[in-house]
Design a protein around this ligand. Structure first.
Ligand SMILES: [Zn+2]
Length: 498
């Protein structure tokens, strides 16, 4: 009897320990971020953090992550009893805390100095952090000092001046204030936010919404045009794919945020599902076009890249090249480009980059994206992939009397892979293109994707009633002497009209 009661006691004790351990492990980290209207470049952060280890760190993401801590000052840590703790910089990326604090909760405070623009960032300042007369743009990477690796349900509260508003893609916990719950540390870092007097426009589509942030006088003057075009592109993609972007289980894709800030230079960067762009409303047509091309290309990745996911980089030609093809179709659909500009872009941008790629004629597009080669072989992947996509689409249309097209391939892949853990490999692409084109596409892949031979556009474009020439290394597309109804229809399909 005594034995029983003692083991019962032990069980109760163990149970209590578990409850205690559990509550201590699941205690949420919470951040409070405050902006000041008169000193927008100084952002104050206060946080309560349950230490999983003795290091404080910032994001590993970005082109030079070791630079993030440079913009953090007055970093202070205090124990729950209010005792201040010594914090040492361990290396350029981390701070070290005394080991005895592990598993305790500490209070952290620091100032973020938003003067990142003082130095040059590879890829530009657009995805980093900057101050403009109409507010402050921050990436989660630049803002948060974190601890541990498996934090969940992090609560973040923002305090913005009365005349300001905050735009962020997260879901509010409370309708009445700027409080949010962030599922994990990745989501915390891979976000963008804008606090200021900017304009926010939401474009909803069922359970998905596109959040447009517009900043700068010239941009606001063209608000209607920007929103109308974005709406058209969104509508085109949803109809094409047969639905909204669907993420893999456990990840979030309900809001995509697009920030458009006025700037001299046109630029753009993607962080997570979000896009930060610089547009110059006064720039020439070509510059405007680059901006819109960037928007439509990156936006399509929510489907081709985030909904359809791939095994490895050997299918990057499909992810990037097919996205370019649909970008061109979307821009035709919205009236941002016309037939003439489409032909010009095909030559000036894609054929020229393809033709002048260092791997032209020797490297297979499937191998061009391995390791860090993606940027070195832009022409092969983005241009070569686009031309392969054109060949496939036109072959399918030609063989099916224009009843089927690459659109059907994309919808089929969406149904098969959207919202699942499954990823697409090269063989699946060979099979599905063969199925829809009613042709064995294995030889095409061997030659043009797994091999380095050029895609013979002169073979495929006549299906759309167009003649192609490569005189003086220029891709010229001209209407054939006579076009059949079928060819005319296929050309309309090429432009995204059917
Ligand atoms: Zn891309």
């Amino acid at each position: 009897m005594q034995q029983l009661s003692s083991s019962l006691k032990t069980a109760v004790l163990i149970g209590l320990c578990f409850i205690f351990l559990n509550t201590s492990l699941t205690a949420q980290d919470s951040y409070s971020v405050s902006f000041k209207p008169d000193e927008p470049e100084l952002v104050e952060v206060v946080a309560t953090i349950r230490l999983q280890d003795s290091l404080l760190r910032m994001s590993n993401f970005g082109p030079i992550p070791e630079n993030w801590p440079k913009y953090v000052s007055n970093l202070k840590v205090t124990t729950p009893e209010g005792k201040s703790v010594k914090v040492e910089m361990q290396d350029s990326a981390r701070w070290k805390l005394p080991a005895f604090l592990v598993n305790t909760e500490v209070l952290l405070s620091y100032t973020l100095n938003v003067d990142h623009e003082k130095e040059k960032w590879p890829g530009g300042i657009d995805g980093v952090a900057f101050v403009r007369p109409w507010g402050v743009m921050l990436s989660g990477r630049s803002l948060f000092v974190m601890n541990g690796s498996n934090k969940e349900n992090i609560s973040v509260q923002f305090k913005v001046p009365n005349e300001w508003k905050l735009s962020i893609p997260w879901k509010k916990t409370n309708a009445s204030d700027d409080s949010y719950e962030v599922p994990n540390l990745i989501e915390l870092q891979e976000t963008l936010l804008f606090a200021g007097t900017h304009k926010e426009v939401n474009i909803p589509s069922g359970d998905f919404s596109l959040k447009f942030i517009l900043g700068g006088e010239g941009i606001l003057e063209q608000e209607e045009l920007y929103v109308e075009r974005a709406e058209k592109v969104l509508k085109y993609y949803i109809e094409l794919m047969g639905g909204n972007p669907v993420p893999r289980p456990g990840s979030e894709l309900s809001t995509a945020m697009v920030l458009i800030n006025q700037s001299e230079q046109v630029d753009g960067e993607v962080i997570g599902n979000h896009l930060s762009m610089f547009l110059n409303p006064e720039a020439d047509m070509q510059n405007q076009l680059i901006g819109w091309f960037m928007f439509a290309h990156e936006f399509f990745h929510l489907w081709n890249g985030k909904t359809l996911r791939y095994n490895d980089t050997t299918t990057d030609w499909f992810k990037e090249g097919i996205s370019n093809y649909y970008t061109l179709k979307a821009l035709n659909q919205t009236g941002i480009v016309n037939e003439e500009i489409t032909k010009m872009v095909l030559n000036n941008l894609f054929y020229q980059r393809y033709r002048n790629d260092a791997g032209y004629g020797t490297m297979a597009p499937a191998n061009a994206a391995s390791g860090f080669d993606k940027d070195n072989h832009w022409g092969l992947i983005y241009g070569g992939g686009l031309f392969a996509g054109i060949g496939m689409d036109l072959e399918i249309r030609h063989n099916t009397n224009n009843l089927k097209s690459m659109d059907d391939v994309m919808r089929q892949l969406y149904n098969e892979y959207g919202g699942s853990e499954k990823t697409i490999d090269q063989q699946r692409l060979i099979d599905i293109i063969s199925e829809f084109s009613k042709t064995d596409f294995e030889p095409f892949f061997q030659k043009h994707i797994l091999g380095s031979e050029l895609v013979p556009l002169e073979r495929y474009m006549p299906y759309a009633g167009k003649e192609v020439s490569f005189d003086n290394d220029q891709l010229t597309i001209r209407a054939s002497e006579e076009n059949s109804e079928k060819e005319k229809e296929i050309w309309q399909g090429f432009l995204g009209n059917n």
